[in-house]
Design a binder for this molecule. Structure first.
Ligand code: 9WO
Length: 268
């Protein structure tokens, strides 16, 4: 439950409400839902179509392939969701999931989580077909969010991605152990590698330090592994982040070892 005493709230506008069972029906989100830490409602624009055929799309002006979602049914369904949230004493925030939006980051997830905890109800607009009439976006949508630079068949999976990222940050959702393992991305680094039994698998041993029981060395090894991985795979993350004295020292060790490796290969 949020500090404001209300669960986080996601009202999703979608013509495929059944897709959201993937989030409500499994794992941590399901447990948190059962514990009353968040609420989900689906709103189907077809119920606001105005036509007996319940259609919510039409052909694009200017021609071209595919169909565009009509503004009328979407405005009606969003207003209905806003009215419900207002009855519940909540401010609303309308977000459209779209490749045209700003990329979702850990920082943005934390900002959305704070808003959810403070009582803001989210209305997540999930587009289908070739897109949504731009006038509806201009009138009703406060923010567009993308979960990556690729095109999908619709906004439902990105909406569930955003919800999952927020839900696991809500108080009480993750146990202490799991929230501690979160520390690495919180710190702006990639996660370190993980190992479990057996000690040797297909000729590969678990790094000895992890078997040592020396928690200070283990913590240092994990931080070093996270730094090495981040430098290798996502150097952009390191450039945008200040390093502690310990991290600077570990990174120097990594660079030294890397130079050594090259020497041994005769590469210079
Ligand atoms: C199609 C397209 C084709 C060429 C260039 C850009 C393009 N954008 C789209 C597009 O947005 N298609 C849609 C499918 C319309 C409505 C929702 N759809 C969607 C949402 N696909 N992918 C997303 C999405 C949302 C958030 N983060 C990543 C992808």
């Amino acid at each position: 439950m949020s500090l404001a005493g209300k669960p986080a709230l996601f009202d999703c506008v979608t013509i495929f409400p059944e897709m959201f069972a993937a989030l409500t029906g499994a794992g941590i989100p399901r447990k948190a839902l059962e514990e009353g830490r968040w609420c989900f409602r689906a709103w189907n624009p077809r119920d606001f179509s105005g036509f007996t055929a319940r259609s919510v799309d039409d052909r694009p002006y200017g021609g071209g392939p595919g169909m565009v979602m009509r503004p009328g049914p979407l405005e009606a369904v969003i207003r209905a969701a806003q009215a419900r949230q207002a009855e519940e004493g909540r401010p609303s925030r309308v977000i459209c999931l779209s490749p045209q939006g700003a990329l979702l980051t850990h920082q943005r997830v934390m900002e959305l989580t704070r808003q959810a905890e403070a009582g803001t109800g989210f209305i997540l607009l999930c587009g289908r077909y070739e897109g949504i009439d731009e006038r509806l976006i201009a009138r009703m949508v406060e923010e567009e969010i993308s979960v990556g630079d690729f095109v999908l068949s619709g906004g439902e999976l990105p909406a569930m991605t955003l919800m999952d990222a927020v839900i696991r940050q809500l108080p009480g959702v993750l146990g202490d152990a799991a929230s501690a393992s979160e520390d690495s991305f919180v710190a702006g680094l990639l996660d370190c590698p993980h190992y479990t039994r057996p000690e040797e698998y297909q000729g590969q041993r678990v790094p000895e330090v992890l078997l040592s029981g020396n928690h200070a060395s283990i913590r240092r090894w994990r931080l070093k592994a996270a730094l090495a991985r981040t430098r290798e795979r996502r150097p952009d993350l390191l450039r945008n982040r200040a390093l502690s004295a310990e991290e600077t020292q570990l990174l120097a060790e990594i660079l030294r070892e890397e130079a050594h490796g090259k020497e041994q290969c005769g590469e210079h």
